[in-house]
Design a protein around this ligand. Structure first.
Ligand code: NAD
Length: 493
C-alpha cells in the first residue's frame, strides 16, 4: 500500500568494526583456531563483518579468566555500594551512547530505530535498577529466644554463563549482566550469532566504568559450539539462558550432569483476549503494537487474538485496516514501524508460516513480501482471521509480524483457548468488567498478565514464563536470589 516507503540506498553506520573478537581477561582476542563466522546485513543479506567463532578452547580460556577474577580479584569482595557505583557508571555510559547503540542495533537486527532506541534506554535502566537494588539488599536473621541466632550469609556463586538471543540483543544481555555483576559474580557472555555487533561494545563500556579485568568476558560463536561448551563447563555453576524452548530443553539436559543452577526465559504464543465490553479503540491499538512492534520478534508478542463473537466482525475489519496502515520501511528511518527480519533463515521460517496460514485461516492483511521491497527480509504485517485452535499458526511460535484471530462465545471458552498451547509466557486481557478481569487473569496459565494494557514492565515484578515458556522467574529480588547462594549460619547463644 502507499504507506510503505521504498528502502533508501543502504547507508552503513560510521566506524563499523573491522572484525568482531572475543574479550577474555581484559583483552580482545581472536579464536584459538582463527575460525570466524559471517554476520549478515538484514537489508542485503550480504556479509558485513566476520566474527570470531568460539569453540571449547576459547570458552575454556574465558572461564579461566573469570574464575581467576572471582577467586583472587576485588569484585566479589567489594562493598555493594562500590559495585553499585560501577554499575551506575555503566548506565550513564550506555545512556550517553543511546543513539549510537540504537544505530548499530538497528543495522545488525533490522529493528525499527525508534524501538531500538527504547531498548538502549531500557538497557541503561536495567543496570541502574540492579545497582540500586543491591545497596538496599537486606537478608534475614532469625532468633530462637535464649538459644540461637541464625542469619543468612548471601554470597555470589562464581562464574555465571549468560546465553542470549538475537531479538533485542543488547537489552537482553543487560538484563542478565546487571544482576549477575551487581551480586559479585564474574561472567562469560555468549551472545547470539545472528547479531553480535552491539555486544562488542560492552568491553569498552565496562573498561571505562572501571570494572576490574576478568569480571566480564565475551565469547562469540555458534550455539552448538561456544554455547554448548559453556553449558558443559564444570567450572560454570550457573547458566542464565534466553532463547527457544527447544534449545532450553537441550541445555537443561546438558547441564544435568553438573546440577547447574538454571534460569530459562523461553518462547511464547501469548494470547490477547478482547471481550465485547472492552474499549475497542484502545484494544486495537495495543494489540497491533503487541504483535507488530519489534518486528513481531518479541517473546511476549500477543500473537493470538481471541475476540468475543458479538464484536468479532467489527474487530477483524478494523484490525485488518489498521494492520495495513503499519509502516514497513528501512529500519533506520524514524517513520518505520516494522523493519526487516533479522536473518534469511528466520525470514524463511516466518514466510513458511505465512504460507501455512493461508490454508489454516482467512487472510485479511499482508500475506508475504510487501510491494516495493524486492530485497531484504521484509514481511508485510500479516493477519489471519477465523483461525482454529488446532492450527499450527495458533499453536506454534512464529516470532514475526503474523497474528491469528479467533472468535469465542463464553468466558470459559476464552480461557480454554488462552491456555490451550504448550506455552505460558504472557497474556493480555481487555474488558471493563472488574470482577471478570481479575478472575480471568488469575486463571490464565502464564507468568505475566496485562489487563487493559500494553506490555509495560515494572522491573520489580516477576518476569518469566510457565509451561514451555520458562523455568524460574527473574525480576527484582528474584534475580538477586538466582545469582547468589543463601548460606544459613547458626549460632548457639
Ligand atoms: P535460540 O534458542 O536459537 O538461541 C539462543 C541462544 O542460545 C543463542 O546465543 C544461541 O547461540 C544459543 N544456543 C543455541 N543452541 C545452543 C546449545 N545447544 N547450547 C548452548 N547454547 C545454544 O533462540 P533465538 O532464535 O536466538 O531467539 C528467539 C527465541 O528466544 C524465541 O523463542 C523467543 O521467544 C525467545 N525469547 C524469550 C524471551 C523471554 O524472556 N522469555 C526473550 C527473548 C526471546
Amino acid at each position: 500500500t502507499d504507506t510503505h516507503t521504498a528502502p533508501a540506498a543502504r547507508r552503513l553506520p560510521a566506524d563499523l568494526p573491522q572484525r568482531i573478537q572475543h574479550y577474555i581477561g581484559g583483552t580482545l582476542v581472536d579464536s584459538v583456531d582463527g575460525a570466524t563466522f559471517d554476520v549478515l546485513d538484514p537489508l542485503t543479506n550480504e556479509t558485513y563483518v566476520h566474527a570470531a567463532a568460539g569453540k571449547k578452547a576459547d570458552v575454556d580460556a574465558a572461564v579461566v579468566a573469570a574464575t581467576e577474577a572471582f577467586e583472587n580479584g576485588p569484585w566479589p569482595r567489594l562493598l555493594p555500594r562500590e559495585r553499585s557505583r560501577v554499575l551506575h557508571k555503566v548506565a550513564d555510559i550506555v545512556e550517553s551512547r543511546d543513539a549510537r547503540l540504537a544505530e548499530l542495533e538497528t543495522f545488525d537486527t533490522g529493528l525499527p530505530i525508534t524501538q531500538a532506541l527504547g531498548q538502549a534506554r531500557r538497557a541503561a535502566e536495567n543496570f541502574r535498577f540492579f545497582a540500586d537494588l543491591i545497596v538496599a539488599q537486606a537478608d534475614d536473621t532469625f532468633k530462637v529466644p535464649g538459644r540461637q541466632v541464625n542469619y543468612v550469609n548471601r554470597k555470589p556463586i562464581g562464574v555465571a554463563g549468560l546465553i542470549t538471543p538475537w531479538n533485542t540483543p543488547f537489552m537482553l544481555e543487560s538484563w542478565k549482566l546487571g544482576p549477575a555483576l551487581a551480586t559479585g559474580n564474574t561472567v562469560v557472555l555468549k551472545p547470539a550469532e545472528f547479531t553480535p555487533l552491539s555486544a562488542s561494545l560492552w568491553a569498552g563500556i565496562f573498561e571505562e566504568a572501571g570494572l576490574p579485568e576478568g569480571v566480564f568476558n565475551l565469547v562469540n560463536g555458534l550455539g552448538e559450539d561456544a554455547g554448548d561448551a559453556l553449558v558443559k563447563h564444570p567450572d560454570v555453576p550457573l547458566i542464565s539462558f534466553t532463547g527457544e524452548s527447544r534449545t532450553g530443553q537441550l541445555i537443561f539436559a546438558n547441564a544435568a550432569p553438573y546440577l547447574k543452577g538454571l534460569s530459562m526465559e523461553l518462547g511464547g504464543k501469548s494470547a490477547a483476549v478482547v471481550f465485547a465490553d472492552a474499549d475497542l479503540d484502545a484494544a486495537i491499538d495495543a494489540t497491533i503494537f503487541g504483535v507488530f512492534s519489534l518486528n513481531g520478534e518479541r517473546c511476549t508478542a500477543g500473537s493470538r487474538i481471541l475476540v468475543e463473537r458479538s464484536v468479532y466482525d467489527e474487530f477483524v475489519e478494523r484490525y485488518a485496516a489498521q494492520a495495513r496502515r503499519v509502516v514497513v520501511g528501512d529500519p533506520a528511518d524514524p517513520a518505520t514501524e516494522v523493519g526487516a527480519l533479522v536473518h534469511p533463515e528466520h525470514y524463511a521460517k516466518v514466510m513458511s508460516y505465512v504460507e501455512i496460514g493461508k490454508h489454516e485461516g482467512r487472510l485479511v492483511a499482508g500475506g508475504g513480501r510487501p510491494e516495493g521491497f524486492p530485497h531484504g527480509n521484509y514481511v508485510s504485517p500479516t493477519v489471519f482471521a477465523d483461525v482454529k485452535p488446532d492450527a499450527r499458526i495458533f499453536q506454534e511460535e512464529i516470532f514475526g509480524p503474523v497474528v491469528a484471530i479467533t472468535p469465542f462465545d463464553t468466558d470459559a471458552e476464552a480461557l480454554a483457548l488462552t491456555n490451550g498451547t504448550r506455552y505460558g509466557l504472557a497474556a493480555y486481557v481487555w474488558t471493563n468488567d472488574l470482577k471478570r478481569a481479575h478472575n480471568f487473569a488469575q486463571s490464565i496459565e502464564a507468568g505475566m498478565v496485562w489487563l487493559n494494557s500494553n506490555n509495560v514492565r515494572d522491573l520489580r515484578t516477576p518476569f518469566g514464563g510457565v509451561k514451555a515458556s520458562g523455568l524460574g522467574h527473574e525480576g527484582g529480588y528474584r534475580s538477586i536470589d538466582f545469582y547468589t547462594d543463601q548460606q544459613a549460619v547458626h549460632i548457639t547463644l
